[in-house]
Design a protein around this ligand. Structure first.
Ligand code: EAX
Length: 325
């Protein structure tokens, strides 16, 4: 071997070594609509820390909070296309991609957090995660948004009749809209990135979201009344692009799935903390809070919509969810 080809081989080896360390790091883009300091940010950060550790830095994340990559519908679409790697999203627009998931968006379906989490982590929720794969979405775990409550600028809502006539921004979710109409609300579907300005400018009277979203998005700056209606549970899910999933080794897949489980636990814990401390904060921020809402009046109002939900999803399926203890 000439000294020249030895040199070439050595150079090649060096280059390969460099490629082996630097080139093997993949940066995954993860997006969500609330700020980084929110339940979604906590879930995303936990997931990303875990995959970084578990793959010895071969995978890392770049966070895009505050709808920097668009609203939830847009982000789900990008993950489906593979132009975005990960999204931590509510089920708001998900039913437009994976119709089967709509059933968990029914108002007053879940009794409380324990019930909702048990369903999402149990066979029903896990089957829904799998359904996403057929639609080009790799659902890793159910994280959480939280029970949704109403805010508005017109009046305190103590019972369903107070909600009647209010123009309320909703997510792009037909099940929600059908349910909310029974409360007399006028639902106006809108993507989350437009919401703050719409509230500020009075395009809508109000909106509905879980405490962690109302807090982190500072809706107290543009909304006067908060009523703890808890009218629907809002699940969230961590979705990975199948393009990324397809490139992962078996071992890395295990790391990603375990990381998503940890993310769900952390995100739910933050929801609990915000529920426990957030209402006092929102009062301090000037919101007028109705804590004891006449829930019965809402439950009664929504009964006619359940006939349609039963037609769409099957009465047994709804009953099976309700029966989970
Ligand atoms: O997932 O759009 C909404 O109201 C959602 O609750 C928000 O984007 C967080």
């Amino acid at each position: 071997m000439t000294s020249r080809s030895t040199f070439r081989l050595a150079t090649l080896a060096t280059l390969m070594a460099l490629a082996g360390s630097a080139g093997a790091q993949t940066i995954l883009k993860i997006g969500y609509t609330p700020p980084k300091d929110s339940h979604y940010g906590v879930g995303a950060t936990t997931f990303c820390d875990e995959i970084e550790k578990g793959t010895q830095d071969r995978y890392k994340c770049q966070h895009y909070p505050n709808s920097a990559l668009g609203g939830e519908r847009e982000m789900i679409e990008s993950v489906q296309l593979g132009t975005q790697d990960l999204v931590n999203t509510s089920t708001g627009p998900l039913g437009n991609f994976v119709a089967e998931t709509r059933v968990v968006d029914i108002p007053f379906l879940f009794r409380d957090y324990d019930h909702a989490r048990k369903v999402m982590d149990g066979p029903i929720g896990q089957e829904l995660l799998k359904k996403m794969q057929a639609k080009g979405l790799m659902g890793l775990a159910w994280t959480e948004n939280g029970f949704r409550h109403m805010t508005n600028n017109k009046r305190a809502i103590l019972q369903a009749s107070d909600a009647s006539g209010l123009k309320i921004r909703t997510m792009e979710n037909k099940v929600h809209m059908d349910g909310y109409r029974t409360f007399g609300l006028l639902p106006t579907p809108m993507a989350f990135p437009e919401l703050f300005t719409a509230l500020q400018q009075g395009t809508v009277d109000g909106q509905e979201n879980p405490i962690p979203v109302i807090l982190s998005s500072k809706f107290s700056q543009v909304q006067k009344y908060l009523s703890l209606t808890g009218h629907v549970y809002s699940p969230a899910v961590l979705i990975l692009s199948p393009t990324v999933w397809g490139k992962l080794s078996e071992a890395d897949r295990k790391v990603f799935l375990a990381a998503a489980q940890k993310a769900a636990v952390a995100q739910r814990k933050r929801v609990n903390d915000d529920e426990a401390n957030g209402i006092a904060q929102l009062k301090k921020d000037g919101m007028q809070v109705v804590e004891k809402v006449d829930g019965e009046s809402f439950r009664k109002a929504v009964i006619p919509a359940y006939a349609n939900f039963a037609k769409e999803f099957g009465a047994e399926r709804i009953a099976a969810i309700q029966a989970v203890k």
